[in-house]
Design a protein around this ligand. Sequence first.
Ligand code: ADA
Length: 552
Amino acid sequence: MERIFENHAIRKSRELGGTWKLTTLPEGNIFTVIVPSCWEQEGELYSYEGQASYKKSFFLTKDTAVNLIFKGVGHWAEVLVDGVSLATHYDAHTPFSVSLPRLSQGEHVLEVIADNRISEESALHISNDYYHYGGLVRPVFLEEISDVFLSSLHVTPSYQGQWSGLVQVTVKNLSSQEKTVCVQGTLHHTDFSFEPITVTGQSETLLTKEVMFEDVLPWNCETPNLYEMKLTLWEENTPVDDLIERIGFRQIEWKDSSLYLNGEKIFIKGFNRHEDFGVVGCAIPLSLMQKDLSLMRQMGANAVRTSHYPNDERFLDLCDEMGFLVWEEGHARGLSEAQMRLPNFLTQSKENVREMIEYHYNHPSIVIWGILNECASDTEWGKTVYQALFEEIKRLDQSRPMTFASCKFFKDICLGLPDVVSYNIYPEWYVKQPAGEYFEQLYDWVQTTEGKGKPFLLSEFGAGGIYGFREPGKPKWSEDRQAEILDHMLGAFMSRPQVSGVFIWQFSDCRVSEENWWYGRPRTFNNKGVVDEYRRPKLAFEVVKKWFTKKE
Ligand code: ADA
């Protein structure tokens, strides 16, 4: 299934999983691999940076229109069917789909050429403090669709004494003929329908309707109530397509420096999490995604930041079900002004943010959108880019606040743009200064800028500890020192009224690029995880649990 719930009953959808033939290009080395997976999982390809062709045949029992859906390809993709190039896509962290109006009954060959090379054309995937895995790293699906089908569904919940939802549906007509269709929907005890419409040939039509819902319960961290909205598309008197989405009724407000969920004040106790697990890299199976959230819950966390890119939607489905709050962000980490001036940067960033919101809009767990982690927010050019991306978010979603994590201490010029001010700070690790003192200086400076009075999140703080390195003398990189520094930081930050929430850097260790990073990253890993890449807890695990489960 594309999600962790059944999102079609009428439309035929199957995963093109199992074995694929991988051929490295131009070397021509051939591997039989399982999709989804990172090619780095193949020992010989552990550090492969290049192109590879993935091939798999599929069979259609009748002539039909099809949708090919790619949930994540690292990080350039070219899609060919029967040798014909149909589409390209950039960035490993957002889905894309290719619709074909007609494929004949019989066997066809799907080929995807993936390329994880770093170049000036690749503005988001660069040598970085996380790894740029290659291949079909998330699942691939084949849907057999009718010529006219439901291509997206967004629901924006609101509460005025009764829950309602702005329902926005797009109907896509792949054929050249106009069609008369009707969309009907149901959620819990409420049925609704749109007026019948005639859609022209080769068009995409947006339908919008405000629907009042009877006796639905709100979504929150303690009782994450979810409801399936089922849409059916009728052509004449025949149901030809359907789309099922999951909705959570909740209202988000950031006011008087705090987050309110359905009117209740929430203090965020979160982790930063990279999509990276030992052996499998970023192609994490659902069971291990759930393991991560269970471990965070054991430590008393209620939130997760998808540092630094959009996440697998099945992970977000789990966050919806388990009542986690999510800061999801567009793909970017630590890009300089020069890198933000690269010709592809703004286009690739905007497309990444657009796809993130397009595909993840309905997740109630997402309570804030982030962009451009630690980019050049201390420069005029950087400010124009932050402004442009915030405008893109606002164009697509007016229901959620926005933020960005800054590291421009005492010199950020973009703090007037976000709804929430967020900073990444590392006192006692990178900076020889007590955590509380460092925080007060920074917070007081922010009150002299356009960030004055805004909710303030500590989006990152932490220290390195190499799993298994125990030393009572507590030198840096020992688990003992990591635990001590986190104890000081949490003690300093959790008690301060100016802080709306915290995200520890980071949940688990993750692999990093060798170029530019190996010397500061023992094992060529970022070792600031509270657990290592195999989720083995370090001494810091119990320290976090002490603070996150402490009764106010
Ligand atoms: C930065 C960055 C993180 C990570 C961290 C670290 O804050 O946002 O991705 O690199 O530093 O470990 O130093």
